[in-house]
Write a protein that binds this ligand. Structure first.
Ligand SMILES: O=C(O)C1=C[C@@H](OP(=O)(O)O)[C@@H](O)[C@H](O)C1
Ligand SMILES: C=C(OP(=O)(O)O)C(=O)O
Length: 455
């Protein structure tokens, strides 16, 4: 691997073709759990020691935001340990908060601040201002919260004032654009029930996407003493006078979406590749990517907190089984599957991935554009993508655009098994969730001239 060194943020990273992957890694903390736990700990009675917090752009903006709101967050003894002192209401009643491109910070903080009321400005990077938030704002306004758009209707930046809450009727929220809107309302719900003494009822209008993330929210709320009851995925209730209580200490699991890249490496580079930090006890939906790999013909082993894959050797001409799969439950790991399609024994179809359009970039468009550069035949529609892999001699060397999307950079590293050199543009965009990704990747793979892969 060679990095361009012309600027502080390298313009590109060159990846030479590799043939094998083997080894074991410890995953960085889960982004989704880290940011939920920070908010829960900030609102809980007592202080919480958080172990294994992810250190990345998305968690940094959440930490900075909470500190601006007057929450005490101190570094603990270990590098990935933080001690958060909870408060019933954020002491800072006026704040201007930058939340980068972190959906898991922006959406939950919007709901919490709107239910508290105050004088807040929330903004992010330009792409965050193109990511919809209208369904959440509509739901909050339905409750009497005071939230106004500072730019385009339906999008950040937002200003939050003092509303007049009325919780007598259920709040309705749409769930077909992002599950984070429902997650945000659930996480903030105790702020509403504490002040009114009535139950908080939430109803999802129509379809709910990305359901495992809502399940994760409910499980984490339970660790902080608040039980959500639900009727299917349509109706949710948080009891009157619910109040978060610190569990004292909490451990953040490894990131299951980040795990997908290494499990995929084991799948195409012979393996075994083992990831530590997630396993069959995980609360993250993306661990089911291991089941997807099993359907592609990969051998998967799992323990309570590890997963291992042992697959085919694509460098020796072996193939994965082609797939036609609904990825609505695991939209992030689905990007990894899209790149694995390059090594399948036939055309592959990814269905029900419409949410890709409104994430870090329009991921259907970005994925389509970059896969074509490598020689694949690609078709796409509003919520689907079909990838026909290139023949072995039809792979083309390419400069892969990453579209300021960490997952584009990480999943295209897997294309370095295609036998051609690759250039990954703006590799540091991985800092959103996994700043050391390429170092970890480099420690697992070996090229043609290496007799033995690192273990
Ligand atoms: O709640 C969460 O932690 C997340 C939910 C998902 O988003 P959508 O619900 O918008 O699909 C996922 O893509 C995102 O990375 C994290
Ligand atoms: C969609 C993602 O992020 P966010 O939490 O900002 O929505 C992601 O990490 O793939």
């Amino acid at each position: 691997m060679s990095l361009s060194t012309s600027s502080a943020r390298p313009a590109f990273l060159d990846l030479q073709p590799v043939r094998r992957a083997r080894g074991e890694i410890v995953l960085p903390g889960s982004k989704s759990i880290s940011n939920r736990v920070l908010l829960l700990a900030a609102l809980a009675a007592g202080s919480t020691t958080v172990h294994g917090l992810l250190d990345s752009d998305d968690t940094r903006v959440m930490l900075d935001g909470l500190r601006k709101l007057g929450v005490q967050v101190k570094a603990g003894d270990a590098a990935d340990e933080y001690v958060v002192t909870g408060v019933p209401r954020f002491p800072g009643e006026k704040a201007d908060i930058f939340l980068g491109n972190a959906g898991t910070a922006f959406r939950p903080l919007t709901a919490a601040l709107a239910l508290m009321g105050g004088d807040y400005q929330l903004h992010g990077v330009p792409r965050m201002h193109e990511r919809p938030i209208g369904d959440l704002v509509d739901a909050l306004r339905g409750l009497g919260a005071n939230v106004t758009y500072q730019g385009n209707e339906g999008y950040p930046p937002l200003a939050i004032g003092q509303g007049k809450l009325d919780l007598s009727k259920p709040v309705r929220v749409k769930g077909n654009v992002s599950s984070q809107f429902l997650t945000a309302l659930l996480l903030a719900a105790p702020l509403a029930t504490a002040s009114t003494g009535s139950d908080f009822h939430l109803e999802v209008d129509g379809e709910l996407i990305s359901k495992p993330y809502v399940d994760m929210t409910i499980k984490l709320m339970a660790r902080f003493g608040v039980t959500v009851s639900r009727d299917g995925w349509q109706r949710f209730s948080v009891p009157a006078n619910a109040r978060y209580v610190s569990p004292g200490e909490i451990w953040v699991e490894g990131d299951a979406s980040s795990a997908s890249y290494f499990l995929a490496l084991g799948a195409i580079g012979g393996g075994p590749v083992r990831v530590r930090g997630v396993g069959r006890d995980s609360i993250q939906g993306d661990v089911s990517f291991a089941d997807t790999l099993a359907e592609l013909g990969v051998q998967v082993l799992q323990g309570d907190d590890w997963i291992e894959t042992c697959g085919v050797s694509v460098a020796n001409g072996e193939k994965l089984r082609a797939f036609d799969t609904d990825f609505n439950l695991i939209p992030d790991a689905a990007m990894t599957a899209a790149v694995l399609a390059l090594y399948a024994d036939g055309p592959c179809r990814l269905r029900n991935i419409g949410s890709w359009r409104v994430k870090e970039t329009d991921r259907i468009h970005a994925m389509h554009t970059e896969l074509v550069k490598l020689g694949a035949t690609v078709e796409s529609g509003p919520d689907w993508l079909t990838v026909t892999p290139p023949a072995a001699d039809a792979w083309r060397t390419a400069e892969i655009g990453t579209w300021d999307d960490h997952r584009m950079a990480m999943c295209f590293s897997l294309a370095s098994f295609g036998g051609v050199p690759l250039r990954i543009l703006d590799p540091d965009c991985v800092s959103k969730t996994f700043p050391t990704y390429f170092e970890v990747f480099g420690g697992l793979v070996a090229g043609a001239d290496t007799a033995k892969a690192p273990t």
